[in-house]
Design a protein around this ligand. Structure first.
Ligand SMILES: NC(=O)c1ccc[n+]([C@@H]2O[C@H](COP(=O)([O-])OP(=O)(O)OC[C@H]3O[C@@H](n4cnc5c(N)ncnc54)[C@H](OP(=O)(O)O)[C@@H]3O)[C@@H](O)[C@H]2O)c1
Length: 343
């Protein structure tokens, strides 16, 4: 018997639209292998929200957004009613997929959506880092109190399941070191610069290829990497930390001369996130570091992101992903805890 899962999608950008594409292309597989059918009952973008309890057609919705359409133009648009109002209704849907823009000032709109949904016992899957960076433990406590699931593997390294590995697989591990390259924009820029480009030209090339945002400061100043480190540290290093606990240095002061100097010494400069265990707790940092060419992270080039975890029980582990498009990021574990079951 197929179980229908009703879901709300906040954000219909790269991630949201790729999620719709996955529903379109994998619905037979989801039904056959997992006994699941996904039904999108509510959607929101910057123009507002729309609700259709019979389910939107994912294909039509995706095409409409790809053609520049707005939720406010859908017949099911709910003028004047914020999405959070629906999400606060217990049983409104089974889970929320939160893929609205990152906001590190107050977390909105994503934080409000997630709070409303969890408060109503609705499970949440986040691609958006903002709510977790600002309120990781508060949201987890709320989820636990309401019996809702909270999943966020997509917030760090796209489809690389770092969060899942740390939380699920490294049982009872004492992690002495976690290091990673978490931001492909800065990694791409450093690679280009190592090839002789200036910082400005490398950034312009990243923007031309659509890798870097028009405002790339979160990436190149190291904050995106620091956000991800904060999420990982909170999720499986057993700490309660915020961005303020991370010493952050980006790549904006790096010159081609710096890179050439390191190369002459056999090193490659990378923007590295690090959580190192000390006698007083974990020391968290993000900084450009010269790495020997043989180092695992030195081998993460261009589009690649990687993580290295050293622990007492599991030795040294190395994970790497090449992710050019956000499609892998948009995959949701079909086993995500849902509040309602068969229809
Ligand atoms: N792209 C990736 O590879 C990737 C990977 C991991 C995590 N993420 C995270 O996932 C999230 C989405 O990324 P993206 O690349 O899909 O971003 P995006 O292309 O910029 O899309 C953002 C979406 O959010 C919508 N939005 C804006 N304000 C909203 C509001 N008040 N309520 C609901 N929706 C609102 C936008 O509406 P309009 O369509 O009207 O503009 C747009 O549809 C971000 O937080 C990002 O950091 C992205």
């Amino acid at each position: 018997m197929t179980k229908t899962i009703d879901l709300t999608l906040s954000g219909l950008g790269n991630v949201g639209r790729n999620f719709l594409r996955i529903i379109e292309t994998k619905s037979d597989r989801l039904a056959a292998d997992y006994g699941l059918a996904l039904r999108v009952v509510a959607v929101a973008d910057s123009s507002g929200c729309a609700v259709n309890m019979d389910g939107f057609d994912p294909h039509a919705l995706r095409l409409r957004k790809e053609a520049g359409g707005r939720v406010a133009d859908l017949p099911e648009y709910k003028p004047g009613i914020p999405l959070a109002t629906f999400l606060a209704l217990p049983g409104f849907c089974d889970f929320l997929l939160e893929a609205s823009p990152v906001n590190l000032s107050d977390g909105e709109p994503g934080l409000g959506y997630v709070r409303a949904a969890l408060g109503a016992g609705i499970s949440c899957v986040l691609a958006n880092k903002g709510p977790l960076v600002l309120a990781f433990h508060k949201l987890h406590r709320l989820a636990a109190r309401k019996g809702a699931g909270l999943a966020f593997s997509a917030t760090v390294c796209g489809a690389l399941p770092v969060v899942n590995i740390g939380q699920r697989d490294l049982i009872a591990a004492d992690i002495s070191l976690l290091r990673g390259i978490f931001n492909s924009t800065s990694n791409f820029i450093l690679d280009e610069m190592a090839g002789g480009c200036s910082y400005a030209d490398a950034l312009a090339e990243a923007q031309r290829r659509g890798i870097a945002e028009a405002d790339p400061s979160l990436d190149v100043e190291g904050w995106d990497t620091a956000n991800k480190l904060t999420i990982l540290a909170n999720s499986f290093l057993g700490v309660d930390v915020s961005l303020a606990d991370v010493a952050v240095q980006g790549i904006t002061a790096i010159s081609t001369e710096h890179l050439a100097l390191h190369r002459a010494q056999g090193n490659i400069l990378k923007l590295v996130a690090e959580a190192r265990q000390t006698e007083t707790g974990y020391q968290l940092s993000v900084a450009p570091l010269p790495l020997p060419a043989t180092d695992f992270l030195a081998g993460c080039s261009g589009w690649e992101m990687g993580v290295e975890i050293h622990s007492d029980l599991y030795g040294k582990q190395f994970y790497k992903i090449w992710e050019r498009e956000p499609l892998p990021t948009a995959i949701v574990d079909p086993n995500v805890k849902t509040t309602r079951c068969s229809k």
